[in-house]
Design a protein around this ligand. Structure first.
Ligand code: KIV
Ligand code: NA
Length: 265
C-alpha cells in the first residue's frame, strides 16, 4: 500500500491482513514509526501521561493535541494519522464536538479523529461524520472516564456491560465509523465484536482475535518502565539503555574524556 486511508483499513480487514497501530506525539518519533511501516499512527491523549507527566489523560487540551498532531503529520509519508479528541472537547454537545474535530483537521492536518464512548456520544459522532471527517470509536476501558470507574482493571466482564459494548460497536459501524479501538476487555468478547462488525477492530489488551493491535510507543520500546500490564510486550529496554548511555556521557564530561582531539575544531 502507498498512503494508508480509512478505505485501506477496511480492505485489510476483508482480506484478513492485520493492522498495526502505534502512538506517536512528536516529529522525530513519528518519522521512525512511519518509516518502519506502521499502518496507523495514533496521536493519543496518552500524550498527557507520556509527554506531560500527568497521572490521567484528562488535563491535556485541544491546543496541546493539535501541537502534537501537527508535529506528527509533518513526519508522516504513509501512515494514517488518527488524533484523539481530548476530554472536554466533545462531551458537552454535538456542535462543540464538531468544532473541535474541525480544528484538529484544519490546524494539524491529521486524517481522522477518535472519541471515547458509545451511545452517549452518538449524536456528536454523527455530526462529525456528516462534515466528512472520518471517526474511530473507542470502547471498553475508556481512560477519560477513569473517575467514574475508579480503576484501570479489565472492562465488560459482566454480561450487561458486554451486551452494551456489542450494541455500541454495532451502532458505531451503522452510523459510519471506519474502525473501533477495544481497550482491556476479555479476549472472547473482543473476538465476538470483531466477528459482528465489518469495520476494523483494533485491540489493546483485547487478545489476538481482532483485526489489529495498538500499543503506546514509549511502553513498547521500553522507555517507560513502571507501567507493566499483562498485554504489554516490550521490544526494547530503552529505559536501561538510555540511562547507561547518559551516565556514560556524564562520566566522560567529568573525566574530560569528552570531547577528544578528533571531536574539536
Ligand atoms: O491515547 C492512547 O494512547 C489510546 C490508545 C491506548 C488506544 O487511546
Ligand atoms: Na486515548
Amino acid at each position: 500500500y502507498k498512503r494508508i486511508t480509512v478505505k485501506t483499513l477496511v480492505d485489510m480487514k476483508s482480506n484478513g491482513e492485520k493492522i498495526s497501530m502505534l502512538t506517536a506525539y512528536d516529529y522525530t518519533m513519528a518519522k521512525i514509526v512511519d518509516g518502519a511501516g506502521t499502518d496507523v499512527i495514533l496521536v493519543g491523549d496518552s500524550a498527557s501521561n507520556v509527554m506531560a507527566g500527568h497521572e490521567t489523560t484528562l488535563p491535556i487540551t485541544l491546543d496541546q493535541m493539535i501541537y502534537h498532531a501537527s508535529s506528527v503529520v509533518r513526519a508522516v509519508n504513509r501512515s494514517l494519522v488518527v488524533v484523539d479528541l481530548p476530554f472536554g472537547s466533545y462531551q458537552s454537545d454535538p456542535k462543540e464536538a464538531l468544532r473541535s474535530a474541525i480544528r484538529i483537521m484544519k490546524e494539524s492536518g491529521g486524517h481522522a479523529v477518535k472519541l471515547e464512548g458509545g451511545k452517549e456520544i452518538k449524536d456528536s459522532i454523527k455530526r462529525i461524520l456528516n462534515a466528512g471527517i472520518p471517526v474511530m470509536g473507542h470502547l471498553g476501558l475508556t481512560p477519560q472516564s477513569i473517575y467514574k470507574f475508579g480503576t484501570y482493571t479489565v472492562r465488560a466482564k459482566e454480561e450487561a456491560e458486554a451486551e452494551k459494548l456489542i450494541e455500541d460497536a454495532k451502532m458505531l459501524e451503522r452510523i459510519g465509523c471506519f474502525g473501533v479501538v477495544l481497550e482491556k476487555i476479555p479476549s472472547a468478547l473482543a473476538k465476538k465484536v470483531a466477528e459482528s462488525i465489518s469495520i476494523p477492530v483494533i485491540g489493546i489488551g483485547a487478545g489476538p482475535d481482532v483485526d489489529g493491535q495498538v500499543l503506546v510507543l514509549h511502553d513498547m520500546i521500553g522507555m517507560t518502565h513502571e507501567f507493566n500490564p499483562r498485554f504489554l510486550r516490550r521490544y526494547l529496554n530503552l529505559f536501561d539503555d538510555m540511562t547507561d548511555a547518559i551516565a556514560q556521557y556524564v562520566d566522560d564530561v567529568k573525566t574530560q574524556d569528552f570531547p577528544n582531539d578528533s571531536e574539536k575544531y
